[in-house]
Design a protein around this ligand. Structure first.
Ligand code: KG4
Ligand code: ZN
Length: 366
């Protein structure tokens, strides 16, 4: 699969870019200049969704509507830029929750339109990958993209253009973390909670299957079932006493697969530079294991800071620097997309005629 999802348009303009990201439950805005993130503000909705045990799409959209203007104002103020300094506006176009995306897209359009600025639509996954550019990485490199909805190995050929070398055959790694956390009775958001608990557990306590599918793809659904059986086969007191050990063993099994497949992928592709992206890249076990494995194999590793791993607009601004910009008013009817399949089926934005001064009306009867 190739991912040249950007529509035809002009090259990204030089100067600060205001970025907006609302693909799921984080309302975020950033100001990015080239590869420098001048500011990145994330307003998390975790507490709001915790009461439901997961993201409720409609609740997320409504909250984005309430927060987005304030978050943009904060990003502008922290970056110390004015509206006149902006060269373009970038926004996540998809994939993600459609209602949530539409809030960001409509907001970005209005900000851009008001100033006749170009708009840069960004694919969320290309954003995650681009987070690594803040660390000075240069393509080509292989990137493990592991989030709540995706797990894949991307061979990044240039900028944010990539080819999928392997992907999950079932669940995403983030999903495995979230479902595991739920089975272990942990709070929401699951991945982070499981990571925290696993830090004080023994990863050798429970044995989980290697769950290593043949070929280069990933698989996590068997692991999740194994955890379910493991917990069912222990009595309550044992689970209570060893919750951290079970969490650590489960996390280690996920991490082992991610690390082995990533290193094997780099070797198969003949690439010496490895990067990670997506919320799961914030996992402390994964960061430690990948650091060790890359050192042992003599691979260069790019580990973005946690703030650039989980959803944030900084990464969207970084990706925008590699993507074409749509001039005003070509983006006015631009739509969001929930999945990559939907993006491919979508028609490209209509090119409108440049703005013309209205013709003077002839007086009636003349
Ligand atoms: O990239 P992201 O913020 O949003 C999506 O695009 O999906 O990724 C969210 C996923 C969730 O499944 C979350 O549980 C997981 O990343 N995650 C973690 C950690 N922090 C976030 N998983 C394991 N350990 C963490 N520290
Ligand atoms: Zn994400």
């Amino acid at each position: 699969m190739r991912t040249d999802l950007a529509e035809p348009g002009q090259a990204a303009p030089a100067g600060p870019i205001l970025a907006v990201e609302t693909s799921c439950d984080d309302t975020s805005s950033a100001v990015v200049h080239g590869r420098e993130v001048l500011s990145s503000v994330v307003s998390s909705q975790d507490e709001l969704h915790a009461q439901f045990g997961g993201v409720v799409p409609e609740v997320a959209s409504r909250r984005h509507t309430e927060l987005v203007n304030e978050v943009i104002a904060e990003a502008m103020s922290r970056a110390g830029v004015t509206w006149d300094d902006l060269a373009a506006v970038a926004v996540t176009q998809g994939p993600g929750l459609i209602g949530a995306l539409l809030v960001g897209l409509a907001t970005a359009k209005s900000v851009a339109c008001r100033r006749r600025l170009p708009l840069i639509p960004v694919n969320h996954l290309q954003g995650h990958i681009a987070a690594n550019y803040a660390l000075g990485i240069e393509a080509p490199f292989i990137c493990l993209v592991a989030s709540g909805g995706h797990t894949l190995l991307a061979v990044v050929e240039e900028g944010v253009r990539y080819r999928v070398a392997a992907k999950t055959l079932d669940d995403a790694a983030g999903e495995a973390f979230d479902k595991g956390a739920r089975l272990l009775g942990l709070g929401y958001p699951g991945g982070k909670e499981l990571d925290r608990l696993a830090a004080r557990g023994d990863p050798g306590f429970a044995r989980f299957p290697r769950s290593m599918p043949r070929g280069r793809g990933f698989s996590f659904s068997g692991l999740k079932t194994a955890l379910l059986y493991d917990l069912r086969d222990r009595d309550e007191a044992e689970v209570e006493a060893h919750r951290a050990d079970i969490a650590a063993s489960y996390q280690a099994a996920i991490v082992r697969q991610l690390v082995e497949k990533t290193v094997a992928g780099a070797q198969h592709e003949g690439l010496r530079s490895v990067a990670v992206a997506g919320g799961v890249a914030a996992n402390s076990g994964l960061r430690a294991a990948l650091t060790q494995a890359c050192e042992a194999e003599g691979l260069r590793l790019s580990l973005p800071p946690l703030s650039l791993c989980t959803d944030n607009a900084g990464m969207i601004g970084l990706a925008a620097g590699f993507l074409p910009a749509l001039p005003w008013p070509d983006y006015l009817d631009l739509d969001a997309f929930a999945s990559d399949a939907e993006a491919k089926a979508a028609r490209p934005p209509r090119t409108r005629r440049p703005e013309r001064a209205p013709r003077p009306r002839r007086p009636r009867g003349a």
